[in-house]
Write a protein that binds this ligand. Structure first.
Ligand code: COA
Length: 258
């Protein structure tokens, strides 16, 4: 049984399902290795939008596999954390939209994976948090960094310092989740967004993702210059010209990703 189940719910859309439901899809070393490979496979041009979900209806991912931590094998622990950081960075840098659908627990590394995605959609059964402090630990896959940048110091502190399992509605209130749905409506909500992104030119998506990621780390005037440089580059692409011509000719554009 694959720990990452790959499917195609719509042409151009690839779904990766964390598939270890008996352990709430906890991130074991083998599961991380499969996830890493699946991200490499998803980098190809046939995948326009990536969707991440968890199997079993009870969890997206309930964090790193705590059983692997038992016994205090420090070298192994550090290797796992460094590898997770690398894989999460790879996910964040994927130059195409990544939609994370959360129904149930997204804790620790599970929430850290969600924070590397572009759009998070939750069900009203979702429970999100970084409860590592309850284990005497702290996040290690970028959780304190990405959550604090996403929601600010006080909301991030409220989540982490109490170890809350925040509700899907709270995640929506904080702007982490784009939408909160009933569990049975989650698939439709995800596919609606995926289909919308399929209408955007791939190079434009890649540039906007990069600008959104790098902008907050860049001084304002430099960030505006980077944005214009991206726009000027896109204007000269085939897809840039096609998009403009199609609008004027009142037809749907045909983007080729070039
Ligand atoms: N690592 C390893 N196994 C995990 C796990 C994790 N992060 N999260 C859940 N599991 C396992 C449980 O050990 C249990 O296995 P078992 O049936 O063989 O005993 C199974 O998944 C179901 O979990 P269980 O705890 O029985 O479900 P629950 O509904 O009572 O509680 C949680 C759900 C999510 C609240 C609880 O499992 C939990 O706190 N998990 C750890 C979350 C965490 O701290 N994540 C950060 C890790 S750094």
């Amino acid at each position: 049984m694959a720990l990452i189940e790959i499917s195609h719910p719509h042409p151009g859309v690839r779904q990766l399902l964390f598939n270890r439901p008996d352990k709430l899809n906890a991130l074991s070393t083998p599961l991380m290795a499969e996830f890493d490979r699946a991200l490499d496979d998803a980098a190809g041009p046939d995948v326009r939008v990536l969707v991440l979900r968890g199997a079993g209806g009870k969890a997206f991912v309930a964090g790193a596999d705590i059983a692997e931590y038992q016994g205090g094998k420090r070298t192994q622990f550090i290797a796992f954390q460094k590898n997770s950081r690398r894989v999460f960075d790879k996910l964040e840098r994927l130059p195409k939209p990544v939609i994370c659908a959360i129904d149930g627990f997204a804790l620790g590394g599970g929430f850290e994976i969600a924070l590397c995605c572009d759009i998070i959609i939750v069900s009203d059964q979702a429970r999100l948090g970084l409860p590592e402090g309850r284990l005497g630990l702290c996040p290690g896959g970028g959780g304190t960094v990405r959550l604090t940048r996403a929601v600010g110091k006080f909301a991030a502190s409220d989540i982490m310092l109490a170890g809350w399992h925040m509700s899907g509605r709270r995640a929506h209130e904080l702007g982490i989740a784009a939408e909160v749905t009933a569990p049975e409506a989650l698939t439709d909500a995800v596919l609606q967004r995926a289909r919308a992104s399929l209408k955007i030119a791939p190079l434009a998506l890649a540039e906007m993702k990069r600008l959104i990621r790098e902008g907050p780390e860049t001084p304002v005037e430099a960030a505006k210059s980077h944005e214009q440089a991206a726009l000027f580059g896109l204007f000269s692409t085939g897809d840039g010209q096609e998009g403009i011509e199609a609008f004027v000719e009142k037809r749907d554009p045909v983007f080729k990703g070039e």
